[in-house]
Design a protein around this ligand. Structure first.
Ligand code: HAM
Length: 418
C-alpha cells in the first residue's frame, strides 16, 4: 500500500524542522497577542464556495468534496480563513469584543497537480485579525511575517504588496479591465473567456503563458484606488519603510481567492522554482458580513508550512539525534522484571531510558546500547542481583559505580540528571 498522489508522510527524521518553526511561530504569535484556535477539517461546501468564490480555481476544480450518507455536501478545508470567520460569527465573538486575533496550524487539502512545493495535503500556519480597520495592522502582519522568517534564518525572501481596492473603487477598475480584455479576447484561453462575464478579475490570475503575455499591460487596481484606499495603502508603505521591512509594490499581484479588499501580499522566494509563494495574505473587510455576521473588517495570512521547511532544508543542518541517557541490560527473568519497573520510574522522572525485552545476550545488548547512543548502561544480571551490586557504566569515560537495588532509582536520578 502506498500514500495517495500528492499526500505524503513526514517522517520522524524530518520532524525537527517542523517543530522548530512551530515553536518560533507560536511564541511570536503569543507576543503579538494572537490566541490559538482549532477548527474542523470538514465543513459544508457552501462555506468555501461563498467565501473563496464560486469562480476560482480552488472552488471550481481543486476541492475534495463529497456527499455524506445523508446527502450533505461536505469539503475538506482548502484553507483556514473561511472556517475562522465562520467560527467568529457562530460563537458571536463580535458581541463581547469584536477585536480578535487567532492563529492555527494544520493540514489543508487542494487537488492540484503535485510537484515540488505543491501537495494535495499541505500544511498552513494561519493568522487572522478581526475588528481592526487601521492600516497599522496590515503593516504589523507583514512585519510579523518578516520577523518570523528572520528568526528562522531566512533572508532570500521578498514581500510583494498590492492594494486591491474596495467596493467603492472596484467598479471603475472593472470597467477599465473589461474594455482591455475585450481587445485581447482572441489571445485568451477558454477558461479566461468563460470568466469574462462571471469574474473578470480572476483572468489576471491565469497561469497560462500566452494569457499572461496578453495581459501584461492590463489595467491595475492600484491605478483606480479611491481616496481612502490610497491613504490606507500609503500608510502601510510608510510604516513598513519606517520599520525597515523590504517590500516591492507589485501591481500584478491579485491572489487566487475572491474575498480580498485593499492590502494583499505574498512572500516569495527564488529558491523553490515555480512554487515561489511561501506565504500569502490580505485584508477581507467584506467577508464577515458576507457570511452572515455584522460588518467587521478582517485581515490575515497563511504560510505554506511545507514550502517554508523546504527553503529551510537548504540552509539548516539537521540536529543530531538526542542521545539516550540510559540503556538497561537485564539478563534473566528476575532482572527483566526489575529492569522494567526501573525503566518506567526513570522515564517518569524525565530520564530517557530504554531496555530490550527480547532476552538477547550481553554482547548483543551492548551493541544495541551503542546503536541507541546510550550515555550510560545499567548492567543487571543474575550475579549482580544476588550480590545486590548493580553496575552503572559511563560509556564515554568507562567509569563504573555499583548501586544497591533498594536505592537504585533515586541514585540513578541523582547521577543521570546532572
Ligand atoms: P493561499 O495563497 O491560497 O492563501 O495559500 C497560502 C500559502 O499556502 C501559499 O502561499 C503557499 O505557500 C501555501 N500553499 C497553497 N497551496 C499549496 C499546495 N498545494 N501545496 C503546498 N503549499 C501550498 C490562503 O490560503 C489564504 N487563506 C491566506 C489568508 C489568510 N488570507 C487571509 N487570511
Amino acid at each position: 500500500m502506498q500514500t495517495i498522489r500528492g499526500f505524503r508522510d513526514i517522517l520522524p527524521e524530518q520532524i525537527w524542522l517542523w517543530q522548530k518553526v512551530e515553536k518560533e511561530a507560536t511564541s511570536l504569535f503569543e507576543a503579538f497577542g494572537f490566541k490559538e484556535i482549532r477548527i474542523p477539517i470538514l465543513e459544508k461546501t457552501q462555506l468555501f464556495a461563498r467565501s473563496i468564490g464560486e469562480v476560482t480555481d480552488i472552488v471550481e476544480k481543486e476541492m475534495y468534496t463529497f456527499e455524506d450518507r445523508k446527502g450533505d455536501k461536505l469539503t475538506l478545508r482548502p484553507e483556514a480563513t473561511a472556517s475562522i470567520v465562520r467560527s467568529y460569527i457562530q460563537h458571536k465573538m463580535y458581541a463581547s469584543d469584536p477585536v480578535r486575533k487567532f492563529f492555527m496550524i494544520g493540514p489543508m487539502f487542494r487537488r492540484e497537480r503535485p510537484q515540488k512545493g505543491r501537495y494535495r495535503q499541505f500544511y498552513q500556519i494561519d493568522a487572522e485579525v478581526f475588528g481592526i480597520e487601521s492600516a497599522y495592522i496590515d503593516s504589523q502582519l507583514i512585519f510579523l511575517l518578516n520577523e518570523l522568517f528572520k528568526r528562522l534564518g531566512l533572508t532570500e525572501l521578498s514581500a510583494h504588496i498590492n492594494s486591491l481596492g474596495c467596493p467603492e473603487c472596484r467598479p471603475s477598475f472593472q470597467k477599465a479591465l473589461l474594455t482591455f480584455i475585450e481587445s485581447k479576447k482572441d489571445r485568451l484561453c477558454e477558461n479566461c473567456l468563460r470568466r469574462i462575464d462571471k469574474n473578470p478579475l480572476r483572468i489576471l490570475d491565469c497561469k497560462i503563458v500566452d494569457c499572461k503575455e496578453a495581459l501584461k499591460e492590463a489595467p491595475a487596481t492600484l491605478d483606480h484606488l479611491c481616496g481612502d484606499c490610497t491613504e490606507h495603502f500609503d500608510t502601510v508603505k510608510t510604516t513598513l519603510n519606517q520599520q525597515g521591512v523590504d517590500f516591492t509594490v507589485d501591481k500584478s499581484l491579485v491572489r487566487g481567492l475572491d474575498y480580498y479588499t485593499r492590502t494583499a501580499w505574498e512572500i516569495q522566494t527564488t529558491t523553490l522554482g515555480a512554487q515561489s509563494a511561501v506565504a500569502g495574505g490580505g485584508r477581507y473587510d467584506g467577508l464577515v458580513k458576507e457570511l452572515g455576521g455584522p460588518q467587521t473588517p478582517g485581515i490575515g495570512f497563511a504560510i505554506g508550512f511545507d514550502r517554508l521547511v523546504e527553503v529551510m532544508e537548504q540552509i539548516d543542518k539537521p540536529l543530531e539525534d538526542v542521545p539516550l541517557d540510559l540503556f538497561i541490560i537485564s539478563l534473566g527473568d528476575t532482572a527483566m522484571e526489575k529492569g522494567y519497573h526501573w525503566s518506567c520510574q526513570l522515564n517518569q522522572a524525565g530520564i530517557r531510558t530504554e531496555m530490550d525485552f527480547r532476552g538477547k545476550s550481553m554482547k548483543a545488548l551492548m551493541k544495541r546500547a551503542d546503536k541507541l547512543n546510550a550515555q550510560s548502561v545499567l548492567i543487571a544480571g543474575e550475579n549482580e542481583l544476588k550480590e545486590n551490586a548493580i553496575i552503572l557504566r559511563n560509556m564515554k569515560t568507562k567509569e563504573q559505580v555499583s548501586l544497591t537495588v533498594e536505592t537504585l532509582v533515586p541514585e540513578l536520578i541523582k547521577i543521570l540528571k546532572k
